[in-house]
Design a protein around this ligand. Structure first.
Ligand code: G3P
Ligand code: CA
Length: 303
């Protein structure tokens, strides 16, 4: 007897490790992704930005200050520490674990790679997941976000690397995402030109509009009706705090063939988290972006 879910295809919602097991280990590191996979993630999620020399790295912020030791290592450029002002070689000299505490942050976990707490390139991340899947006969998906500014060069680089590392098809548990809905369309077009079919998720806020629903595009300041998104996207990624994220929104998305993924489940307390997961799984969410992979896995198992 299999549990049934109110998801688009009736299967269990996907557990998406947001920036890796980022509630436990430094975000966007290979160590954090390895732990997420060990804890049962279906998909691992990174944000992607381009360096000064056009290389794709894994980074949420457009500056390097919050997550690395760059201020101790380099003088500011153009008044700051933008990712776009530093080369990959320079960024590779940084650590995201300047105090050395990550090694003991999750007792019992020992990363397999030599340098688990550096800034990875997107290519290194894809190679890690591909090789993990090949070795373990698994199908862990990847879910890269083209961070703003989601330029044509950045979108093209992401799609090229997905193709190069074999993440090309809709049946691989993988997705592409961005907050800029024009860029989301471009990610779909770039794939179509290469014969790729990885679903694209348009990010934003779930909003009621007239008798239907849409997703607010924060970048362009526009509201995209679900039916319009469904012409090129496979899903929408909406804020859990969206005022109109409810079972009616999810039903409307499903009615036009869109999956609904919610971000970000970031409650560390297991009891409070269980209530939150339960309520959103009940709405029929197809994917759960979580910082605490194990809590999402447990919630899906209970549902
Ligand atoms: O991609 C979904 C979610 O990650 C969006 O928020 O800021 O964590 O990238 P952010
Ligand atoms: Ca993201």
């Amino acid at each position: 007897f299999a549990a049934s879910f109110a998801t688009l295809d009736g299967t269990a919602p996907l557990v998406i490790a947001h920036r890796g097991a980022s509630g436990y280990l430094p975000e966007h590191t290979l160590g954090a992704y390895e732990l997420a996979i060990q804890l049962g993630a279906d998909i691992v999620e990174p944000d992607v930005l381009l360096t000064a020399d056009g290389e794709a790295i894994m980074m949420h912020d457009t500056t390097l200050t919050r997550t690395t030791d760059i201020e101790a290592r380099f003088a500011p450029r153009n008044g700051g520490y933008a990712v776009a002002d530093f080369t990959l070689a320079e960024i590779k000299t940084l650590t995201v674990d300047p105090t050395g505490t990550a090694a003991t942050s999750y007792p019992g976990f020992t990363p397999s790679m030599a340098d688990p707490y550096k800034v990875p390139t997107f290519a290194e991340f894809l190679a890690y997941v591909r090789d993990y899947n090949n070795t373990n006969r698994t199908r862990i998906g990847v879910y890269p976000e083209s961070k703003i500014p989601a330029t044509t060069s950045q979108n093209t680089k992401i799609v090229d690397l997905m193709q190069a590392y074999g993440f090309t098809a809709a049946d691989q548990n993988s997705y592409l995402q961005t907050f800029d809905h024009l860029a989301a369309r471009q990610l779909a077009d770039l794939q179509a030109a290469r014969g790729m079919t990885v679903p694209v998720a348009a990010l934003g806020a779930a909003v009621a509009m007239g008798s239907g629903f849409g997703v607010f595009d924060f970048v362009n300041g526009t509201l995209s009706p679900l039916a319009d998104l469904a012409t090129f996207a496979g899903g929408v990624g909406v804020a859990l705090a969206s005022s109109d994220l409810n079972a009616d929104f999810v039903s409307a998305a499903h009615a036009v063939g869109l999956e609904v993924h919610g971000w970000t489940f970031n409650i560390a307390d297991p009891i409070a988290a269980a209530d939150q997961y339960g309520s959103f799984i009940g709405m029929g969410l197809d994917g759960l972006f979580t910082n605490y992979t194990d809590l999402a896995v447990a919630a899906v198992a209970r549902a």
